[in-house]
Design a protein around this ligand. Structure first.
Ligand code: TXA
Ligand code: MG
Length: 364
């Protein structure tokens, strides 16, 4: 199969692919997604296949506006509407209770016409989307092309990040092509992602609400609206044997380039000096550093990539996955990376870097 790159003007063709049960590379403001009709279990199963994703890792469902929540969720707390009012459309995923089918709906389903994509599960959303959980992650993306496609297709779009499982998430259509060429019919090119790390995931089915994954909406912003917010331990440390993070995906190795990564956290000039002292001064060492420190590494033979200015965590978020992917196009054997502190979107950058490093992080 040849993977077609669709331009903005071809977005109705993109919606047709979703309607027809196909897979689409879809732009969002966070990262590119691998989308399919979220109510069609056959289409959703193909997502897992194309990505090589474990079946026990649920997908999130993308909707074009908050009013669609009631179609797929129940017992929706008031906090969900407050968060939606403040941050949607935008990089926030809310975990809510899935809507159950009534006995009458189940009866009608049994007696009505069926096709290969009819799902008979007890909930409105097929089990393959939620990995059988009774909760679902709901997200209303800010990218206008993405919302346009969902509206035109008139169905919620299930989409994980569009990378092959384990690789850094794609933040451009080209990244997505690197991973999905020949595996999916098309990628809709919506330009480079403006956030660059995946959405924040907040679980609203527990009290207090719990941050499962840091992302484009910061913990500080969530606390402004919700007051107390718990932080799942999987956000900041490696899960031990037998420990189960609430977001199943957080247990998997992720975002990892081929060479092992060491992340250095601490005052920026000190972490740069720490890295410089440990380099082998051969082409086998790659460095991802803050913009200001590029001159410090000017004599090095290996690739030296900028993560953006030390004080601009938004730029760091936009550049991180591209830098990790760029390292994979070289033959480095070790990667050293400067890591920002946990304030603001720094928590998301630091979480992704730590996961890329297998939590091999040095605090100085
Ligand atoms: O920004 C994003 O969220 C991107 C774009 C494409 O929207 N999507 C994305 O999806 O990052 P994915 O599948 O790569 O990550 C979703 C995470 C996984 O770690 C998964 O385990 C978790 O969300 N998740 C999904 N449903 C859940 C649920 N019901 N309860 C807890 N965690 C859930
Ligand atoms: Mg992902």
């Amino acid at each position: 199969m040849k993977t077609q790159l669709l331009s903005e003007s071809q977005f109705s063709q993109a919606a047709e692919i979703i309607r027809g049960g196909g897979l689409l590379g879809i732009p969002t403001e966070t990262v590119y997604g691998l989308g399919a009709d979220g109510l069609n279990p056959v289409a959703v199963r193909a997502i897992f296949q194309a990505k090589g994703r474990p079946q026990d890792n649920p997908l999130i469902l993308h909707i074009p506006e908050a009013s669609w929540l009631e179609r797929y969720c129940e017992d929706i707390p008031d906090t969900a509407y407050r968060l939606a009012g403040r941050f949607w459309p935008g990089p926030l995923t809310m975990v809510l209770r899935c809507k159950k089918r009534t006995s009458q709906e189940l009866e009608e389903l049994k007696n009505g016409p069926v096709c290969s994509c009819t799902h008979f599960g007890p909930r409105v959303i097929p089990d393959v989307v939620t990995a059988g959980l009774d909760t679902v992650g709901m997200r209303c993306p800010a990218h206008p092309l993405c919302r346009g496609v969902i509206r035109l297709a008139q169905t919620p779009v299930a989409a994980p990040s569009g990378n092959t499982s384990g690789r850094p998430s794609p933040t451009t259509a080209r990244h997505m092509l690197e991973d999905m060429e020949g595996k999916i019919p098309a990628i809709l090119d919506g330009g480079p992602c403006t956030v660059g790390v995946e959405s924040t995931i907040i679980d609203l089915t527990c009290d207090p609400p719990r941050l499962l994954r840091p992302g484009g909406i910061t913990l500080e912003q969530l606390r402004e609206v919700l007051g107390e917010v718990a932080v799942d331990p999987a956000v900041t440390r490696k899960m031990g044997e037998g420990e189960k993070p609430r977001a199943p995906g957080m247990k998997y190795r992720h975002y990892a380039p081929k060479a092992p990564v060491t992340a250095i956290k601490g005052e920026a000039a000190q972490s740069a000096a720490y890295i410089l002292n440990r380099l082998s001064h051969t082409r086998w060492d790659g460095v991802i550093c803050f913009e200001e420190f590029l001159p410090l590494f000017a004599e090095e033979e290996g690739p030296i990539l900028s993560l953006g200015p030390a004080g601009d965590k938004g730029e760091q978020a936009r550049r991180l996955f591209d830098a990790l992917r760029a390292m994979d196009r070289t033959d480095v054997k070790r990667i050293w990376a400067q890591c920002p502190d946990d304030g603001g979107i720094g928590l998301a950058v630091s979480n992704r870097l730590n996961k890329a490093a297998g939590f091999h992080i040095i605090q100085i």
